[in-house]
Design a protein around this ligand. Structure first.
Ligand SMILES: Nc1nc2c(ncn2[C@@H]2O[C@H](COP(=O)(O)OP(=O)(O)OP(=O)(O)O)[C@@H](O)[C@H]2O)c(=O)[nH]1
Ligand SMILES: [Mg+2]
Length: 226
């Protein structure tokens, strides 16, 4: 019990420091008029695949930029380079000790590489992880969680913070539903248990299903004059 109490105090201190930096990021985004999405999921749910569709469809509609967060490699940024949008990769290892999430300070370090004033929307692709990213605000306007139907119906109950803190849940890989025992209604029921009525969009980054709806959501959220 004693050890738990000590750990909690330390974590609260870390989160307070993070919140102050998140607020500083927030002010930068507001000043530039950039709407910011924190895109989170477990590893491999389809964040980068969805971004590939998004950058393709949004060409000429809204000016997007991407901050890619990964423990290592520039593989995701390399996949997005062909869209020629402002793009920066932030690696949490070695620069930040291999953290399993982006925090406000790591995002701040990436912002110096991005022309915020030329961007209507910045998408921050967080490190693939269903726990840590939800604990750290980075100054975002909205949190979008990508969930893959291959992950199992019970995940909202087991990882409630991530599902509860999402403004939108993108339910991806629905093209695979016919091959799985996955019970979509049961999953949506669990989702409503932890985050009642949260917005949801069913997508497939394989077939493109739901991508238009997702892009419309983005445009609506950003609004005409952010
Ligand atoms: N069948 C199917 N496969 C998908 C879909 N979306 C993504 N994938 C595949 O899932 C794998 C992981 O996709 P990514 O887009 O790299 O996932 P991610 O969330 O960016 O992964 P990390 O950044 O490593 O956390 C790839 O092999 C994709 O081709 C989908 O809708 N349907
Ligand atoms: Mg990715």
């Amino acid at each position: 019990v004693h050890r738990t109490a000590v750990k909690k105090v330390v974590l609260e201190g870390v989160l307070d420091a993070n919140d102050a930096l998140a607020q500083a990021n927030r002010e930068k985004f507001d000043e530039a008029g950039t709407y910011v999405i924190n895109l989170m999921s477990s590893p491999g749910a389809g964040k980068t695949s969805l971004l590939e569709h998004t950058l393709e469809r949004m060409r000429g509609r809204l000016r997007l930029g991407v901050l890619e967060g990964d423990v290592q490699t520039t593989l995701d940024a390399d996949r997005l380079a062909r869209f020629h949008v402002p793009l920066v990769q932030v690696n949490t290892d070695p620069g930040f000790g291999g953290e399993c999430h982006l925090d406000a300070n790591m995002v701040r370090s990436g912002l110096s590489e991005l022309p915020l004033h030329e961007m209507d929307i910045l998408v921050i692709e967080n490190v693939g992880n269903l726990v840590c990213p939800a604990e750290f605000r980075v100054g975002e306007d909205a949190r979008v969680m990508v969930y893959s139907v291959t992950e199992g119906e019970e995940k909202p109950l087991k990882y409630p913070l991530m599902f509860r803190s999402a403004d939108l849940v993108v339910v991806n890989k629905v093209d695979l539903l016919e091959h799985l025992d996955f019970d979509l209604e049961q999953f949506l029921g669990h989702l409503d248990t932890v985050n009642p009525g949260v917005e949801r969009i069913l997508t497939s980054a394989r077939t493109g299903q739901g991508v238009d709806e997702w892009c419309s959501w983005l445009e609506r959220r950003r609004g005409p004059s952010h």
